[in-house]
Ligand binder design. Structure first.
Ligand SMILES: *Cc1c(COP(=O)(O)O)cnc(C)c1O
Length: 432
């Protein structure tokens, strides 16, 4: 399968090239040249298929033969080594828990899948890649863990010193092997700026293959479509009119859900649930897309002022505003409303949600006001202990640490302190 750049000023790329580059040379996002729906029988018989079988059937057209079938099956098996349970809260609302992976963040699946694709492409040791990421906390841990021990891939993570939680810092700094954590004297935007500068620095990119590991990369973005199929498998015998509410930041996850819909998954509608960063909500009301500076919130993995995957969503719906509106609704919520929702979930449904999931729950409630017959599934994108401060403040109870979190808390932190771009560049060149 070839991929084209959404800026349409670059040559088409193979899956391999798209994964290794991340972004096309014209700075456009890559998009698959065709999407062939799966037969109806696939969805009718989904109960008989395992998660790995579903995932393989759903994604193979985008990847085979560049990765052969048997290798793709292995990559999927290794990626999906944990559960994706749906928990029904009411007759009309369920949550799909995406936090049962090694770092308890939904990005585990995309990171593990992408890492193994890169590992496959480097099997002859010819395609050594350095993955460079800036993190405000949650993403970095999933990337670091997903790439741990993958041959030919070095991971360099920049995080703002003193600005991530203890748990998050431990997840970034205790892995060793091919993972290096750079502790930046600054804020997240400083980390982000340094990473962007590195990608534009010819003195670096002529020496080493740099790539990113965010949802811009097709190998991190596409496997997220599995989630929606797994939820359908668990719910389709009990409910019709399934609607997905996705707590959204860069809109990669929801956009992957729309790819599942293009593959034929019966989805009635998508709801993007946002915090104070709500360019898409405004766009759907006014048809004007105005990127904004980010506003910090308690659901900080969604603090994005210019969602990178929105161009892919527009491509899926052929840049037609009415088609987009017929498939997507967007709501946004304040931090106060989010905390109230967390308390309500706890008191009424005995469910401890993290702030991102709680924003999703609010999206379901709003959607159901005008669509009372739908069954609305909100994606719970992080385990509540990943956002321990606000969760314990709201539910007023100490939360037990799951075993994979406890295990990293007991390890020694190792990081390298840097304070400017020259130090980053020096570090990267010295590793080369
Ligand atoms: C990354 C993230 C999101 C947002 O996902 P996008 O694909 O960027 O829209 C939501 N919740 C959590 C916990 C995240 O880490």
């Amino acid at each position: 399968m070839n991929y084209y750049s959404l800026n349409r000023q670059a040559p088409d790329a193979s899956f391999r090239e798209a994964v290794i580059r991340g972004l096309a040379p014209d700075k456009g996002l890559y998009f698959p040249e065709s999407i062939t729906p799966l037969p109806k029988s696939f969805f009718d018989n989904i109960d008989a298929l395992s998660y790995s079988e579903i995932a393989f059937e759903a994604i193979k057209q985008f990847i085979v033969p560049e990765i052969p079938e048997d290798q793709l099956k292995r990559i999927i098996e290794e990626t999906l080594s944990f559960d994706f349970p749906v928990v029904e809260l009411t007759e009309n609302i369920s949550t799909l828990e995406l936090f049962h992976g090694p770092t308890m963040a939904f990005k585990d699946v995309g990171a593990r899948f992408m890492a193994r694709c890169l590992g496959y492409f480097n099997k002859a040791n010819t395609e050594e890649v350095t993955v460079l990421v800036a993190t405000s906390g949650d993403t970095g841990g999933a990337v670091a863990n997903g790439f741990l021990g993958v041959k030919g891939v070095n991971v360099v993570i920049l995080y703002p010193s003193g600005k991530v939680s203890d748990i998050q810092e431990k997840q970034l700094t205790t892995l060793g092997q091919n993972i290096t954590a750079l502790e930046v004297d600054g804020v997240f935007d400083d980390c982000q700026d340094m990473v962007k500068r590195a990608f534009l620095d010819d003195a670096l990119t002529s020496q080493m293959q740099l790539t990113s590991a965010n949802s811009i990369n097709v190998a991190r973005w596409l496997p997220q479509l599995f989630y929606f199929m797994f939820a359908y498998k668990q719910l389709h015998n009990k409910h019709n009119d399934i609607v997905f509410t996705v707590p959204s930041g860069n809109f990669g996850n929801i956009c992957a859900g729309m790819m599942a819909q293009q593959l034929g998954l019966p989805v009635k509608h998508f709801v993007a649930a946002n915090n104070a960063n709500h360019v898409v909500t405004t766009y759907l009301q006014t048809q004007e897309y105005n990127p904004q500076p980010t506003t910090p919130t308690i659901s900080n993995a969604m603090d994005v002022g210019n969602p990178s995957n929105f161009v892919r969503i527009q491509e899926i719906y052929k840049n037609d505003f009415e088609t987009l509106k017929a498939n997507l609704t967007s709501y946004h919520f304040t931090d106060d409303a989010t905390k109230t929702a967390m308390l309500e979930l706890y008191k009424n449904h005995n469910y401890v949600a993290d702030p991102h999931g709680a924003v999703g729950y609010l999206g379901c409630k709003d959607y159901l006001k005008t669509n009372p017959n739908a069954h609305c599934v909100f994606l719970e994108t992080a385990h509540p202990v990943k956002f321990l401060d606000v969760v314990e403040e709201v539910v007023e109870e100490k939360q037990p640490l799951p075993k994979q979190i406890q295990a990293v808390m007991d390890k020694e932190k190792a990081s390298i302190k840097i304070s400017n771009y020259e130090e980053l560049k020096g570090f990267l060149l010295s590793k080369n």
